[in-house]
Ligand binder design. Structure first.
Ligand code: AHM
Ligand code: MG
Length: 334
């Protein structure tokens, strides 16, 4: 018999979450349930993504659906699916989403948690069959339970995240998350409808030879970033840029590398959003031994002042991020 077939099926995400909860004798199980809600929404969104091509071609899917959601763009559908799962779960009192202007109150006034999310990141890749992702952060509310979550509950520093993760919908679908005790990755097995632990205790290499950056905009980059990109070329690094943050980040996390979205002439604060994209990935990379900065400040220590705040992002292997900071300090010193 093939040796692989003799292997046990492995640890499911559900079982893993349950085991982790047992490590905390006073845990109420709310966070565990919340993580399971996110995994459920991820499975549903994964299903939608897998039939995206068919939806466009036939336009007949879900004719019975009175809300006509199937005609909507996938990022809007993903937003709806995640909100619905979190609302039904009951642990979350408020959600902030890249797709929504304002705080979404779930009606679960007793819920202890806040979720910040980018339900489907990599919008330019959605319609062309290239990897895309979901990014999320979980915070504990600071206001008293019994009423709606407040704006202050939602605008907490990244250091206050209790969990963060992402789902990458790629050649296979993976969910990667941390609760502050290392990073673990789970691969989706569609025939069983389960995520299985496939990447336990992920650590990112201290350095690497991959850099990910949209160099098309290089003329508008700060001198320090231009200099760092020249340094990458002088050292024969590989340029890899999908244009889907989750996919670029995931590859670099596993292989070693750096992702850079700097401030540009057109976008002085960069493009990426602190609350929906940067904080979550910063928490994960730090838990895996890497670093995340805007060039001056540690991402997780940036004080949020508005929901859709943007910031430059330099994230990845620790030595590579240090090197960029060296170039940036040199620029300031000139
Ligand atoms: P989005 O949230 O509208 O999808 O934008 C975020 C995406 C990232 O996934 C990606 O890394 C970046 O924008 C690409 O931007 P650009 O096309 O400017 O390189
Ligand atoms: Mg995004």
């Amino acid at each position: 018999m093939n040796d692989r077939l003799a292997l046990p099926v492995g640890t499911t995400l559900d079982r893993f979450i349950m085991r982790k909860q047992e490590d905390f004798p006073f845990a109420t199980g709310e966070l565990s349930q919340l993580l399971r809600d996110i995994a459920l929404a991820a499975k549903i969104v994964n299903r939608e993504i897998n039939r995206a091509g068919l939806l466009d071609v036939t336009g007949t899917y879900g004719q019975q659906n009175v809300q006509g959601e199937e005609q909507q763009k996938l990022d809007v559908i993903a937003n709806i699916r995640f909100i619905r799962a979190l609302r039904n779960g009951g642990e979350v009192c408020a959600i902030i989403s890249e797709e929504e202007d304002e705080v979404i109150h779930t009606g679960n006034t007793k819920g202890s948690y806040i979720v910040a999310m980018d339900p489907l990141d990599g919008s330019s890749n959605i319609d062309v069959n290239v990897s895309i992702g979901t990014i999320f952060s979980i915070y504990r509310r600071t206001s008293d339970a019994g009423c709606n979550g407040t704006l202050e509950d939602c605008l907490q520093e990244g250091t206050r995240q209790v969990a963060a993760g992402y789902i990458v919908y790629g050649s296979s679908t993976m969910l990667v998350y941390t609760t502050g005790h290392g990073v673990n990755g789970f691969t989706y097995e569609p025939s069983l409808g389960e995520f299985f632990l496939s990447h336990p205790n992920i650590t990112t290499p201290k350095t690497g030879t991959i850099y990910s950056c949209n160099e098309g905009g290089v003329n508008g980059f700060p001198e320090s970033i231009k200099n760092y990109l020249s340094y990458c070329k002088d050292n024969n690094y590989s340029a890899r840029y999908i244009g889907s943050l989750v996919a670029d980040f995931h590859r670099n996390l596993l292989k070693g590398g750096i992702y850079i979205y700097p401030s540009t002439a057109k976008a002085p604060n960069g493009k990426l959003r602190l609350m929906y994209e940067c904080n979550s990935l910063a928490y994960i990379v730090e838990q895996a031994g890497g670093k995340a900065t805007d060039g001056i400040r540690r991402i997780m220590e940036i004080e949020p002042t508005e929901l859709h705040q943007r910031c430059p992002l330099i994230i990845g292997s620790a030595d590579m991020v240090d090197k960029v900071e060296e170039f940036m300090k040199a620029e300031v010193a000139v």
